[in-house]
Design a protein around this ligand. Structure first.
Ligand SMILES: Nc1ncnc2c1ncn2[C@@H]1O[C@H](COP(=O)(O)OP(=O)(O)OP(=O)(O)O)[C@@H](O)[C@H]1O
Ligand SMILES: [Mg+2]
Length: 234
């Protein structure tokens, strides 16, 4: 599903260059649930942005569902994102004063989908995340966990194959975080490929594989090897 080969990314700030990813090669198969861990500033979000086609690498190859991404224009990337990827963020990124239903409809409004179809699909997505009866509530009237569920429903409406989640439980208490992970597991069981960044071992434990980013390199690791490593938390 996701194949990175020899991918490098350097940020330039004036004279200074910050190499973030150095010749990264990794593969994530369709239907996998993968956690990405590593110290703060190690490049996890940079890697996620490349996987999510929000950014492109400086060099190397990226194949998403067999399509080469590396030389695409911004508008081609937008089309790929719309078609394959749903995004979930730490801070939910909902529009605060509009209803859950409207928030979930938003990606379909951009995609020009018919209002009737839009409404039906948004309600179905809210049903999947257990919030069908809160469709008319605004963000201000929902808990953090409920808001994240709305954000997940929004990520699902274009029926993406891949869910990209950068610290999806970072703003939630641990019980609510576990609930969100159970939802992710359910989505994964139903076929979604999930790639998630987390600092928390208890959250990473829900994934099938863990990739560890450090010093620009990505290695496969196991939770028991992470426990005890210092400075994983931000
Ligand atoms: N747009 C940018 N321009 C310049 N430098 C950047 C940019 N984005 C990130 N960086 C730098 O690249 C490095 C990796 O950043 P990144 O956000 O990928 O880390 P991270 O692992 O997600 O960290 P955290 O755990 O704190 O979220 C950091 O040194 C950061 O300062
Ligand atoms: Mg980050």
């Amino acid at each position: 599903m996701i194949l990175l080969q020899d991918v490098s990314k350097t940020y330039y700030l004036g004279e200074a260059s910050v190499p973030v990813l150095k010749h990264v090669t990794l593969q994530i198969k369709q239907g996998e649930f993968v956690a990405i861990m590593g110290p703060s500033g190690s490049g996890k979000s940079t890697l996620m942005n490349i996987i999510g086609c929000l950014d492109v690498a400086d060099s190397g190859r990226y194949l998403l569902a067999g399509t080469a991404i590396e030389h695409m224009t911004e508008s081609q990337l937008a089309t790929i994102r719309n078609r394959y990827i749903g995004f979930v963020f730490q801070s939910f990124n909902l529009i605060p004063r509009v209803s859950a239903l409207r928030n979930v409809e938003l990606p379909m409004i951009y995609a020009g989908i018919d209002p009737e179809v839009r409404r039906h699909r948004a309600l179905t997505a809210l049903q999947i995340v257990g919030l069908r009866d809160r469709a008319e509530h605004t963000g201000a009237r929902m808990s953090g966990g409920q808001q994240q569920r709305v954000a997940i429903a929004r990520a699902l409406v274009n029926n993406p194959q891949v869910i990209i989640a950068d610290e999806p439980t970072g703003a939630l208490d641990s019980h609510t975080g576990q609930e969100i992970m159970k939802l992710f597991q359910q989505l994964n069981t139903n076929g979604k490929t999930i790639v998630m960044v987390t600092h928390e071992n208890e959250i990473a434990a829900f994934a099938q594989r863990i990739l560890f980013v450090r010093d620009g390199m990505v290695t496969e690791t196991r939770l028991e090897h992470i426990t005890g490593k210092s400075n994983i938390g931000a």
